[in-house]
Design a protein around this ligand. Sequence first.
Ligand code: CTP
Length: 396
Amino acid sequence: MLNDRNILLCVSGGIAAYKACALTSKLVQAGANVRVAMTASAEQFVGKATFQALSRNPIYSDVFEEHDPTKIAHIDVVDTSDLIVVAPATANIIAKLANGIADDFITTSILAAKCPVIVSPAMNVNMLEHPATRRNIETLKSYGYQIIEPGVGNLACGWIGGGRLPESEDLVRIIASQFVPKHLLEKHVLITAGPTVERIDPVRFLSNDSSGKMGVALAEAARDMGANVTLVHGPLQVPVPDGVTAIAVESGQQMLETVLERFATQDIVIKSAAVADYRPKTVHTEKHKKVHGPLTIELEETTDILKELGTKKTHQLLVGFAAETEQLEDHARAKLERKNVDFLVANDVSKRDIGFRSDDNEVVLFRADGSSVRLPRQSKQRLAHELLAYFKEGLR
Ligand code: CTP
């Protein structure tokens, strides 16, 4: 994932410095060459030897400690880095970076850096919310640095609130996304995800097993490829990703209206949501009381959103999904034609270990020209990147 990428990890002096050890290890496991720079305060929390062992590289901490007289270490290290990550970033280092102060190895190096910089603040919630810190963070954003929003939860200082360093897996994912080629730069991509909810009464509804994982993975991948992403979603079993415009809806009708309003401005529309085909004809405004004997709920057909888009599309690339339990190929090809889509992603939902709710998926991608390609079982994240590469090729 990060093979041969040179990452300079700058660790400043907060309690979350211990989490930077796991981050170093995970980056190395992902194939990166990690060089660690530490502030003097960081060394109060974690010893140099730990980072040295984990990164298998010497540690940078003193700006005057030069081992190679042919180079100036704090300049050379940034000139040979693909990315700089400051994690954890204390209020102090953020203030120094915002104001161009260069009084230790990290601040001197970053002031000379030409490569992208990611800053992951971690501190007490009140420090984070102080206007000085907020202003300094805004200043860093204006320099083009990417700021990772701190997590909310129990802080080491006893306060509960924002200021936690994200888990190392999440940081690795964010770091890896920097290296995704920006093939969808300035493209508008709308993705629908998750199930729809069709109300019977205020406390009951009809829905389905969709978790929304595939749609969310597509939204994240499109975002990482530089697209402007809108995610129209029903209730999801995974968090809504950062950096996308997320619009929560309940019913298929709401999803239809939301998508139609935005359709004209999109380049790619991917309908991965599991939209209910039927909804109760009557929606009770009060809780439906128990009746003795059997109860029949009359259902009426919902509008097929994808089919509707297929009749309206002009320049948009339209992608449908098909969940099938039998005769996958025949049903998928029929859907592709009936709904006038450019690509149809078919998955066999009878296989318990893939598809709905699962973290993995295996699909067959059908194109409008009749050709198809089988994409073997893999994580929904990887699959999302592969699918988008095909969709990008199909852009008009
Ligand atoms: N779809 C839609 N609106 C609906 C039903 C389905 O937009 N009311 C979309 C889905 O988002 C998906 C595609 O149509 O992209 C295929 O959905 P699927 O449920 O597999 O197919 P259906 O057309 O509903 O056919 P069937 O349920 O008979 O397989």
